[in-house]
Design a protein around this ligand. Structure first.
Ligand SMILES: [Zn+2]
Length: 376
């Protein structure tokens, strides 16, 4: 009997030490479910990126990697390096965004006003230009471009400012060197998000804003909301829970699902509009809503004791709550992995995810904030 107790004690110690360590080791990487790409659940596209070998983020033109000891490290091993020139493996020029696909990290550079799609290894080395992005260029001051990658699809959104006319063109290509660039739409449009082979964008026409889901394979677009301006302040993003099925939460209303093919919308569960506000995000199992926000706090009327992280299942059933009362600053969802969900303090600089929760604690009564530190 004594032996069993000793064994249980050691096992429990092991479990505790594991729970504080978001695993990024190779053993864990092999066990990750191959069917899920956690990049599908990132809201701030280009700031964080998930790979089976770990998480990367970019802040202040430097790439950081989350190591197996739960620390963010600059992606450069040279102790004498200042990390501020292209010779550094952590350095990124504007536009400072980073994506991953097929064990590589993708980024962009700007050479005399022309953008190139570039690729590096997961150590930040072996950098190569994949292709020139041949899109009409105007002077830099009258144009802003944003880049979005999901799987091997690359979307470029170019907004052009002219005296009496501002218009946006959304282009699509792939990460392959030989794929040409196609125009998806142009006019008074704005890109909302890219998930798998679905591009969500808003089109304004006759004072009506419509949110569309566009399938990049079939090239068919489906209208989700034609009153997007009204619902936007209450909308916790839009997620693809199955192919051709989108889900969303309206903070003042409820949890919804829509079949894109039939156009049928279904209210799954009413939301508690006394406590829900701010932003939300899905992963493959749960919906995470954090109701603290420096911009909404003054108008939301939510009491301090009710501020925190609220977790629901995809059907809108309440699962768990974790207060943010003792945390510094404003906490917001960053990204998820198979085992952990990561959060960022949005006022931090560099903005590295500094808290996570262990998914196996959700709904058990043991949910707690786990601190993430900055390494070298
Ligand atoms: Zn360096």
């Amino acid at each position: 009997m004594k032996k069993i107790f000793a064994l249980l004690f050691i096992l429990s110690l092991l479990l505790v030490s594991c729970s504080n360590t978001p695993a990024t080791d190779s053993e864990h990487a092999n066990s990750i479910n191959n069917t899920i790409d956690y990049n599908d659940y990132i809201i701030s596209e280009g700031i964080f990126t998930w790979t089976k070998a770990g998480i990367y983020t970019v802040s202040d033109q430097k790439i950081y990697h989350l190591n197996e000891n739960n620390e963010w490290n600059i992606l450069c091993l040279d102790p004498s390096c200042e990390h501020n020139s292209p010779t550094c493996s952590a350095f990124l020029e504007p536009p400072t965004v980073i994506f991953s696909y097929d064990n590589y990290l993708y980024y962009f550079n700007n050479s005399n006003g022309v953008y190139n799609l570039c690729r590096m290894s997961q150590t930040g080395r072996d950098r190569v230009v994949i292709k020139k992005l041949d899109i009409p260029s105007v002077s830099a001051s009258s144009q802003t471009s944003t880049f979005h990658i999901s799987s091997n699809i690359l979307i470029i959104s170019c907004k052009t400012y002219e005296a009496d006319n501002t218009q946006t063109t959304i282009y699509m290509t792939t990460l392959d060197p030989d794929t040409q660039i196609d125009t998806i739409c142009s006019g008074d449009v704005s890109l909302y998000k890219l998930t798998r082979n679905w591009l969500f964008f808003v089109e304004n026409s006759n004072n009506l804003a419509t949110l569309y889901a566009y399938n990049t394979e079939t090239q068919v677009k489906y209208a989700i909301f034609d009153n997007f301006t009204e619902i936007m302040p209450f909308l916790a993003s839009v997620y693809l829970t199955e192919d051709f099925k989108v889900s969303w939460v309206l903070m003042n209303d409820g949890f919804y699902q829509m079949d894109l093919v039939t156009g049928e919308k279904q209210l799954l569960k009413s939301a508690d509009n006394e406590i829900l506000s701010g932003g939300g995000c899905y992963d493959e199992k749960y919906v995470y809503i954090v109701n603290t926000n420096p911009y909404l706090d003054k108008i939301s009327g939510i009491e301090d004791e009710e501020k925190g992280l609220y977790i629901y299942d995809h059907d809108g059933n309440y699962v768990d709550y974790l207060s943010t009362k003792d945390l510094r600053g404003y906490i917001s969802y960053a990204f998820a992995t198979e085992d952990y969900v990561f959060f960022v303090n949005i006022l931090d600089k560099p903005m590295l995810a500094n808290y996570c929760i262990d998914k196996k604690h959700i709904g058990t009564g043991d949910l707690k904030w786990i601190k993430i530190n900055k390494g070298r």
